[in-house]
Design a protein around this ligand. Sequence first.
Ligand code: HMG
Ligand code: MG
Length: 306
Amino acid sequence: MSGQVKIVEVGARDGLQNERSIVPVFVKQELLRRLGRTGLQVIEATSFVHPDWVPQLADAEEVMTGLKRRDGVMYPVLVPNQRGMERALAAGAREIAVFAAASEAFSQKNTNCSIAESIERFEPVIAMARERGIWVRGYVSCVLGCPYQGEVKLQDVVRVSASLIELGCAEVSLGDTIGIGTPRNAARMLQAVAQAVPMEQLAIHFHDTYGQALANILACVEAGVRIVDCSVAGLGGCPYARGATGNVASEDVVYMLEGLGLETGVELDRLAEVGAWITNQLQKPNYSRAGTARLASMPVNPVMFT
Ligand code: HMG
Ligand code: MG
């Protein structure tokens, strides 16, 4: 394989949103700063959702106003509705992500509205973004199954993905929110969506609950996708999908893709150091196998010296 893969680092948002104890703002800002030094081009920063729904990210304004942007790096923030957009704009966001689901049940639990209502909510949000030249990403959750309704129809995944592109999203990220997919299902789902949305505008977003994420990514990369979401040290989970673990670890994804001959532009050792640092801050295990392997081969303990 050859070519480039865009890595979308979601640890600071998808990773931290599931943490029970509130992570101090300066730790979040320092995480973003450190991630910015690894060669990543897209680093999701936080989320302007209702603070009662995700208390961990209630400090989104502070995180964004204190953000030290690195040239050439995008820092999208999640926006669920117009109120979230107003907050994001006031805090200086230049890139946003809206999020819908392919499952009616998940849409209700996660955003308190139907899929159709969520798409309606995005219309003014994306119009506001367009007026200001703000880049917009869309998410579709539960593309391979739902924690509440079980099976999710492929046609719903295709329909919601196509709607987000029609509304003006630059790309759509297909989320296996509860990490239940397996490689053939994953590639089949991607190929079905790629019939309606150009492959270049599709991203994949696998949580690693069943340990299938890397295999799923391989199957999808072989099927042509070139945008992959992941989370440093495998942090995370969705507070509205019980039992769902973190995203696939970014270090593992970078290691695998580079091993396949694809270019990510990310420095693996630097990323592994960030994984060591944030898991030390959170007092959590590091779920990245490639990250822990790289760290073990380093002459000094990076947690002490970075
Ligand atoms: P709602 O309660 O239906 O909102 O929540 P509402 O429109 O009825 O408004 C109620 C009150 O909330 C009003 O205030 C609004 O102003 C206020 P009042 O007039 O009563 O004083 N309000 C807000 N305040 C601050 N920020 C806002 C906001 N919106 C309304 N943005 C809502 C609807 C969508 C806001 C809520 O359901 C919500 O915040 N949900 C977010 C859930 C979430 O963040 N889930 C995790 C992210 S998705 C994910 O992780 C999946 C992903 O990773 C991909 C994958 O893995 O599949 C992306
Ligand atoms: Mg997610």
